[in-house]
Design a protein around this ligand. Structure first.
Ligand code: SAM
Length: 235
């Protein structure tokens, strides 16, 4: 935890917070914190700054906070992601939050197993918790927006053309002719497929909506690795 994230209801005054639960445990076990220590803090979806530890017990911490710095800029990126398998999904959420992805759209695809949509990790609280872990890691306060689109065809036909319009819009697909561009410095939409890959019908639909197929070299990467490799290459 490189940033202690503060929830709105942690505040007991404009400049004081009381923390409980996981964050207090972390202060004890990882930071071995004691009264008088100063740490980096940030209000979720708000400013960052510093916090002075005024009181620390086994289950509670009180800090005086000063919030005066903006969080880092988000990447101008919407990630269109075929719903990954649950364990990988959790980690991908954390990676995306750490890397600064602005928006994630979880999409169904022919090769997404139906059971993946039943995972408890898709519950709003679980999504938020994993995004917060990623934000804490990278020192950011702003949560990426996460949307779920369970019907591929209506999404690809009715919504995607507008989302893809006026920005660099790509679908990562191994074996295509064109290499993924580097350091694009522009607003981007990137589609990444499921473990078994996009089927040809889906690639056609994504292309019809305005997404250009690109490859990342001859090595086929796991979805989780492809997400970080593609984002790093684009930005
Ligand atoms: N056998 C599948 C195929 O050929 O599409 C492999 C799918 S790969 C495990 C999962 C997703 O990661 C792909 O759909 C693609 O979006 C992305 N990906 C992985 N390696 C890639 C590469 N070398 N080039 C482009 N995309 C890649």
């Amino acid at each position: 935890m490189n940033l202690l994230l503060l929830e709105a209801d942690d505040f007991i005054a404009a400049d004081q917070v009381v923390l409980r639960g996981r964050r207090v445990q972390h202060l004890h076990e990882v930071h071995q914190a004691s009264v008088g220590d100063q740490m980096r803090v940030g209000q979720i979806d708000g400013l960052m700054g510093s916090g002075d530890l005024l009181e620390l017990t086994a289950d509670q911490a009180r800090l005086q906070v000063q919030l005066n710095q903006p969080p880092p800029a988000k990447l101008p990126l919407t990630l269109l992601l075929a719903m990954p398998r649950p364990k990988m999904f959790r980690r991908i959420l954390q990676h995306c939050a750490s890397l600064g992805v602005a928006e994630i759209i979880l999409l169904n695809s022919y090769r997404v197993e139906k059971s993946f949509w039943q995972t408890p990790f898709l519950q709003p609280d679980a999504v938020r918790e994993n995004l917060l872990l990623g934000l804490e890691q990278a020192r950011d306060t702003r949560l990426p927006v996460v949307r779920i689109e369970k019907r591929f065809k209506p999404f690809a036909e009715d919504q995607l053309p507008a989302l893809a319009h006026d920005r660099l819009s790509l679908v990562a697909h191994p074996g295509t002719a064109e290499a993924c561009p580097r350091d694009v410095q522009q607003d981007c939409l990137l589609a990444i497929g499921p473990e078994g890959g996009w089927i040809p019908y889906e690639v056609d639909k994504l292309q019809a909506a305005g997404l250009k197929p690109v490859h990342l070299g001859e090595r086929i990467l796991r979805v989780e690795t492809a997400v970080t490799a593609l984002i790093s290459r684009l930005f």
